[in-house]
Design a protein around this ligand. Structure first.
Ligand SMILES: [Zn+2]
Length: 57
């Protein structure tokens, strides 16, 4: 469960192209320690990129 406030921050982050490859700050990586040195966001495509592409097409 996330609060409305958190959800809003999440959406704001994801749909801001300026956050592209700012994966360290990505809410998806919050509380994420280490997965072979990779992040859940920033694997193949940055999730921010995916979200922004979604609204441009
Ligand atoms: Zn990212």
């Amino acid at each position: 469960m996330i609060s409305e406030e958190e959800r809003k921050k999440y959406v704001e982050f994801m749909y801001n192209p300026e956050n592209e490859y700012n994966c360290d700050e990505c809410p998806e990586n919050k509380d994420f320690d280490d997965w072979e040195g990779k992040y859940p966001c920033g694997q193949q495509n940055c999730w921010v990129t995916c979200h922004c592409r979604e609204i441009m097409e």
